[in-house]
Write a protein that binds this ligand. Structure first.
Ligand code: CP
Ligand code: NVA
Length: 302
């Protein structure tokens, strides 16, 4: 049976740990200069219906380092933007390629693509979730803190794709998760339902300092995600104060680390001072997109 990475809800805790362990091994090989062409001769099709810097470059570079090849398809210059059905795109790409990565709006589009494709499909971000980012985040937190289970992860901001994936990934790895968000911007109901399997492990509150209290990891993301550009001025009013700043750092555990999926808006969801004093952790996190995704590519496409 073919395997996909559509959302972290589909993975077991052990699946996640296997990906993280494989990512650590691939990172060590890369740092030691050991060649690892495990996907020689294989091609990944990458469909982008939204912008990207990290996801595009890390997948393309990752395929190259694994000995394979990647093809960038934007909606603007492929037939996807002219409404070719995703069911047909899935079956065509399955005849040419060995895997598909897709970044789009609706999670349903990714699920349909996977249903019709005979090759693995990887979710490179939807409005619902961002599983590849959170695998890199978990890898980075484990590198810096030496463990995941027992840590408290606090996310401040919109209950968006990042919040959804952080809740699922964090809980599956034994972390307690707190989300500080306005009441009207809570995470997806399906994710809140899932969290009921972990009694007492998820807190969701509009109270930023209560959420940040004793946190080992503080995380934030933009107030307006891709596709919400038209709401950006209204969101600036709603999310005012949902920011990682000195007061939030002081509420957290001493030595708390800061993560941001990037791109960052200094002065909105994070202050410039906090960002720069935690830049090493944040750019380790960005680097780990490469290693975590190479692990996913290897495990799904080898
Ligand atoms: N964090 C992230 O997915 O970045 P890009 O939008 O640049 O791919
Ligand atoms: N929530 C953001 C994440 C970007 C990586 C967005 O969807 O635009």
């Amino acid at each position: 049976m073919k395997k996909d990475l559509l959302k972290l809800l589909d993975l077991s805790s052990q699946d996640i740990l296997t990906i993280l362990d494989t990512a650590d091994q691939l990172k060590a090989m890369k740092k030691a200069g050991i060649q690892h062409p495990f996907l020689a001769g294989k091609t990944l099709a990458m469909i982008f219906e939204k912008s990207s810097t990290r996801t595009r470059v890390s997948f393309e570079t990752g395929m190259y380092q694994l000995g394979g090849n990647a093809i960038y398809l934007s909606d603007k210059d492929s037939q996807i933007g002219r409404n070719e059905p995703v069911e047909d795109t899935a079956r065509v790409l399955s005849r040419f390629c060995d895997g598909i990565m897709i970044r789009t709006f609706a999670q349903e589009e990714v699920e349909t693509l996977a249903k019709y494709a005979s090759i693995p499909v990887i979710n490179g971000l939807t409005d619902f979730c961002h599983p590849c980012q959170v695998l890199a985040d978990l890898m980075t937190i484990r590198e810096h803190k030496g463990k995941l289970a027992g840590l408290k992860l606090c996310y401040i901001g919109d209950g968006n794709n990042m919040a959804n994936s952080l809740i699922v990934g964090g809980l599956k790895c034994g972390m307690t998760v707190s989300i500080a968000c306005p009441d009207a911007y809570r995470p997806d109901p399906a994710v809140l339902d899932f969290a009921q399997q972990y009694p007492g492990m998820l807190q969701c509150t509009p109270d930023i300092l209560a959420a940040a209290k004793d946190a080992d990891v503080l995380y934030t993301d933009v107030w307006a995600s891709m596709g919400q550009e038209g709401e950006s001025s209204q969101r600036k009013l709603v999310f005012e104060g949902y920011q990682i700043n000195d007061a939030v750092m002081a509420a957290a555990h001493p030595g708390a680390m800061v993560q941001h999926c990037l791109p960052a808006h200094r002065g909105e969801e994070i202050t410039a001072a906090v960002f720069e004093s935690h830049a090493d952790e944040i750019f380790d996190e960005a680097e780990n997109r490469l290693h975590a995704q190479k692990a996913v590519l290897y495990l799904l496409m080898k």
